[in-house]
Design a protein. Sequence first.
Length: 88
Amino acid sequence: MTTPAWADSMFQKWVVFFEKESVRKSIETRVVDPILKHILKQVFPYILLICIMFILLLFAVLITLGVVVFQYRSGLGPAATAAVGVAA
């Protein structure tokens, strides 16, 4: 299926129109910038919440890692904890 000649010529005219620097700047300042500012304003609290949750998760992982390393160094390694679990 081919496109009609009038559609191709219309498309080419639109491409030439939107390639002009003045038109691009006008669309950017009147349409794109306000939309992006609005989206970022609405999404920012969620981004902040995700960052806080990531930091808390990182702390939880580091604390867990510290506990595991401390138990391993104090002699309560995997074999010792398995033996204690079986004996109890």
